[in-house]
Design a protein around this ligand. Structure first.
Ligand code: PRP
Length: 208
């Protein structure tokens, strides 16, 4: 049976395919995928293209042996799986941000925070003993403070361009993020040799 790896569609998918090619795997089917979602890589691997949170769901449930997903989604979802390798790409940071020049911490009013990551935001403010209202937003979170929906956002910052071009700035960095290889707990036992040899090939090719 092929080793099945769930890849987060988009930027991480491209970096993962680049890594697999560097490792010598034929990824031509992924390049010519059209609208197909399950694709062969070399003779022994099958990749599944999914949204980040679904990568975790498929790996947790054992329908995929391995997954490539951002640490942001791992922290937010907090699931039951093994986190095996920091792949080194997809590097960015979680940050608290808001309108440039706003004095976010001044005053005692309850702040409203917009985010795609409510658990990350809740934990961040719990550690500060700050009571906040959290509003879940699905994308382009930067809009929320601009439209007056929230005092600030907790979001991913990569280059900082989105913040800058929208008159926002980082108030505080929360933690670094990068792509991780994760494994289903049962697969890790039943297919240990295959997974371990893949990990050692990966480690040779990620320049750590
Ligand atoms: C992410 C994030 C920021 C942006 C940060 O959004 O939510 O909006 O990237 O990148 P930058 O610091 O390099 O500008 P994404 O592109 O994933 O889209 P989304 O907002 O629809 O989730």
């Amino acid at each position: 049976m092929k080793l099945r790896i769930a890849l987060t569609k988009g930027r991480l998918e491209k970096d993962t395919v680049g890594l697999l090619e560097k490792m010598g795997y034929d990824c031509s089917a992924v390049h010519d995928k059209g609208r197909r979602l399950i694709l062969p890589v070399g003779d022994n691997i099958e990749v599944v293209l999914a949204k980040a949170a679904d990568v975790i769901t498929y790996v947790e449930n054992g329908v995929c042996d391995l997954g490539v997903v951002g640490k942001d989604t791992i922290i937010e979802m907090n699931g039951k799986f093994f986190e095996l390798v920091d792949l080194g790409f997809g590097r960015c940071r979680f940050a608290l941000a808001g309108k440039k020049g706003d004095r976010f911490y001044d005053g005692t009013h309850v702040r409203t925070i917009a985010t795609k990551y409510p658990n990350v935001a809740r934990n961040f403010f719990e550690k500060k003993n700050m009571d906040v209202d959290i509003v879940k937003i699905e994308g382009s979170v930067e809009l929320a403070p601009l439209l007056g929906l929230s005092h600030a956002i907790v979001d991913i910052v990569e280059t900082g361009t989105t913040l800058k071009e929208n008159g926002l700035e980082v108030f505080e960095y929360i933690c670094p993020i990068s792509a991780r290889l994760i494994a289903n707990m049962v697969s890790m036992k039943l297919r240990q040799d295959e997974i371990e040899s893949l990990i050692s090939e990966i480690e040779k090719n990620i320049g750590q």
